[in-house]
Design a protein around this ligand. Structure first.
Ligand code: CA
Length: 240
């Protein structure tokens, strides 16, 4: 818990309602922080395995199913509640736009690294891609009390600006690390390209529209499932 006193840790502590009066952060300061710790927070660190399983196919999504369906490299972060890399109702960052339109992760990696630098995130998560519409991507990640949230994203490809993912999923539930969690992943529209089919030519959305759930067009046909993939999260180790 000991942190060297600097501007970042000062703001980090201020955000959590701990008032410090100048000077180096002392052991007494640590005791003061512990005394204010929320009982709903989780202890120690928790390691998880995340399995992304695609169920996207011409059977689940009949309309215009592309010949070269695939997913870009699964990418994400572990972070705290002071940052959201994407969310429904907000416009996409440059990093999310690049992933959703092109499957290019470079700018998103910069956004995560910046969040790590200013003490809003703890790690970058990088997984493989999927060359086809079916298959599995597996990644490991570690969370702790301060950074208990998970964000993951991969491009639905080809597509104008569509992606799958989770944002700010809290692995800590009422003071306990979640053992397993199963999520059906639906598609999102990044609001940066107005194309309505998988292979539409580029059509910039200007100004950007808010990120929204994909429930119209090719995602509102006689699909057997609105989900394109599932995400299974499994606690593999804890260090309390
Ligand atoms: Ca769009």
């Amino acid at each position: 818990m000991f942190k060297i006193y600097n501007n970042y840790s000062y703001f980090w502590l201020m955000k959590r309602g701990v008032i410090l009066f100048g000077g180096a952060l002392s052991l007494a300061g640590c005791a003061m922080f512990n005394a204010t710790q929320d009982p709903n927070q989780c202890n120690g660190t928790a390691t998880y395995k995340a399995q992304f399983n695609s169920i996207w196919s011409p059977e689940t999504h009949q309309t215009d199913f592309p010949n070269d369906a695939h997913y870009s490299n699964l990418i994400g972060a572990t972070h705290g509640e002071d940052v959201a890399f994407w969310s429904v109702g907000n416009v996409a960052s440059a990093g999310i736009k690049d992933i959703a339109e092109k499957g290019v992760n470079r700018k998103f990696i910069k956004e995560v690294n910046w969040a790590i630098k200013i003490d809003n995130a703890s790690s970058l998560i990088q997984g493989s891609d999927l060359k086809g519409s079916s298959g599995q991507i597996e990644v490991e990640f570690q969370v702790d009390n301060e950074f208990s949230l998970l964000t993951l994203i991969t491009m639905i490809a080809p597509s104008p600006d569509w992606f799958l993912g989770v944002s700010g999923l809290d692995m800590c539930d009422n003071g306990k690390w979640i053992q397993t969690k199963f999520i059906e992943l639906k598609g999102y529209d990044a609001g940066t390209d107005s194309g309505t089919t998988y292979t539409a030519t580029d059509e910039v959305t200007d100004p950007k529209a808010p990120i929204s759930i994909l429930d119209s067009g090719v995602f509102n046909d006689k699909a057997a499932s609105q989900s394109l993939a599932t995400l299974k999260l499994m606690l593999t180790a804890t260090d309390l």
